[in-house]
Design a protein around this ligand. Structure first.
Ligand code: SAH
Ligand code: SF4
Ligand code: F3S
Length: 442
């Protein structure tokens, strides 16, 4: 029997995709376990995007440090963005960490583990300009066998003033198109029905002559029964050709995550987002014109450096104007090393940040509820993804717009269900809350 690996993942979808690569790189040495108390190696795949994300990991590492006292031989490794940002700092702390490996150095894990087993500590935080792990077949860790992530690029060099990602993930680089298409086709053959193409800024994907719209076309043509999603797109690069491809293929989901960050052009300039309010609204209207039913979600930062009450009001008004279906909303968190940290004062008080964030959250709650109410009475095709935790007769899936719809799926007399996970079915929406739609099979 092989020793056991427990991996815990924080942060964005790209980190989840990376954990699947990590497990693949270690599969000859370790089996995985869902219970960290049984593990011989614990890897914590971490995120540095906000201070809060790092604090959560530090607390967790304290827990693992005390576990090591009980469990002789347990090794703990820090991987991902915090490993890259903090480098040897945590190896030298009172936390019992054996291994620190940055996002581009995962191939050196087996060699580093040898060093650790020989009694020393292992560290590799070199960033690469070419590593994409495109030849590694991820071990799928997702909760269903219907939907999978495919990382199509790594890194980011947009250097938004507030953001740590360019420092933790290095230069932008894209995978060869054919490796992506092959991975998606293989997933489809294994029964998967949805792939999400991932990158910090998928619109700037480029491999030789292939751009993102071209790649989407290739993936969409694998099979009409394979849904294609993507995340995240940067508003500055939302091209007409991408909108056209989205409109042209029914299996490309009608949903876009388009982080705006702020509704104030002054703030956007300070954030170095390379677009302004007008540009953003024009892109949204181009999208809506071509794809009227497109779901739109966003990310918003409250209380960035120098944000005035008027700037904040502009964020609220932009939210109303777009009428987002969904949003991730954050308080600005100053990150060491970033342009904002070096050049601006983090001068919006904690109290004001919190109040503005709460106003943003309350407004989004209303907008999400309105968006859901507009769907009551409509019929959607959904891809069934799982069984509701609370009620085994209830299943759920998502529509093209990425909304979750829950529906009754009574067991047949033979004990089987009429509708199975991985099926496409039509449901009519009967009721809603701000968070979910309740439907009935048509
Ligand atoms: N590449 C994506 C964003 C990735 S980070 C894009 O450019 O759209 C995910 C989100 O975290 C960002 O959209 C932003 O809203 C938030 N974020 C990033 N840095 C932050 C910081 N320092 N404080 C608060 N939120 C931050
Ligand atoms: Fe960060 Fe900007 Fe890159 Fe997104 S585009 S990851 S916000 S630097
Ligand atoms: Fe976090 Fe790194 Fe992703 S900082 S958001 S895990 S790229």
């Amino acid at each position: 029997m092989k020793p056991l690996l427990f991996i815990e993942t924080y942060g964005c979808q790209m980190n989840f995709a990376d954990s699947e690569i990590l497990v693949s790189l270690l599969k000859d040495r370790y089996d995985t376990t869902d219970n960290y108390a049984d593990a011989d190696l614990i890897l914590v795949n971490t995120c540095s995007i906000r201070d809060h994300a790092e604090q959560r990991v530090l607390n967790r590492l304290k827990e693992f440090t005390s576990l090591k006292k009980k469990h002789q031989g347990l090794k703990v490794g820090l991987v991902g963005c915090m490993a890259e940002r903090l480098k040897e700092q945590l190896l030298e702390s009172e936390l019992a960490i054996d291994l620190v490996v940055g996002p581009d150095a995962y191939r050196s894990l087996p060699a580093l583990l040898d060093e650790v087993e020989a009694g020393s500590k292992g560290i590799d935080v070199l960033l690469s300009e070419s590593e994409t792990y495109q030849d590694i077949e991820p071990v799928r860790l997702g909760s269903n066998k219907v939907s999978a992530f495919i990382s199509i690029m790594r890194g980011c060099q947009n250097y938004c003033a507030y953001c740590v990602v360019p420092y933790t993930r290095g230069k932008e680089r894209s995978r060869e198109g054919q490796t992506i298409v092959n991975e998606a086709r293989k997933l489809f053959e294994q029964g998967y029905r949805e792939v999400t193409l991932l990158g910090q800024n998928v619109n700037s994907y480029r491999a030789g002559d292939l751009d993102f719209a071209g790649l989407m076309r290739l993936v969409a043509e694998i099979d009409p029964a394979l849904r294609v999603r993507f995340s995240t797109s940067h508003p500055k690069d939302l091209s007409d050709s991408l909108i056209e491809v989205m409109a042209a293929y029914p299996n490309i989901c009608k949903n876009i995550h388009l982080p705006v960050q702020s509704g104030s052009s002054a703030m956007l300039a300070k954030m170095k987002r390379k677009y302004d309010r007008e540009w953003y609204l024009e892109r949204v209207s181009a999208l809506r014109k071509r794809i009227p039913d497109c779901g739109i979600s966003t990310d918003i930062i409250a209380g960035f450096c120098g944000e005035t009450e008027q700037d904040h009001e502009q964020t609220l008004s932009l939210m109303r104007e777009v009428g987002y279906d969904f949003a991730f909303m954050f308080k600005y968190s100053d990150r060491p090393g970033t342009f904002a940290h070096k050049n601006y004062a983090d001068d919006v008080s904690e109290e004001v940040k919190l109040r503005r964030l709460n106003q943003i959250i309350d407004l989004q709650q209303q907008l999400s509820h309105q968006s859901n109410r507009r769907d009551v009475g409509k019929t959607f095709e959904i891809l069934v993804e799982g069984v509701s935790k609370k009620d085994k007769q209830r299943f759920f899936g998502r529509n093209s717009q990425n909304k979750v719809i829950v529906f009754d799926n009574p067991a047949l007399p033979n004990g089987e269900f009429k509708v199975r996970v991985g099926d496409y079915v039509k449901v009519e929406v009967k009721e809603c809350t701000a968070a979910t739609l309740l439907g009935a099979l048509v």
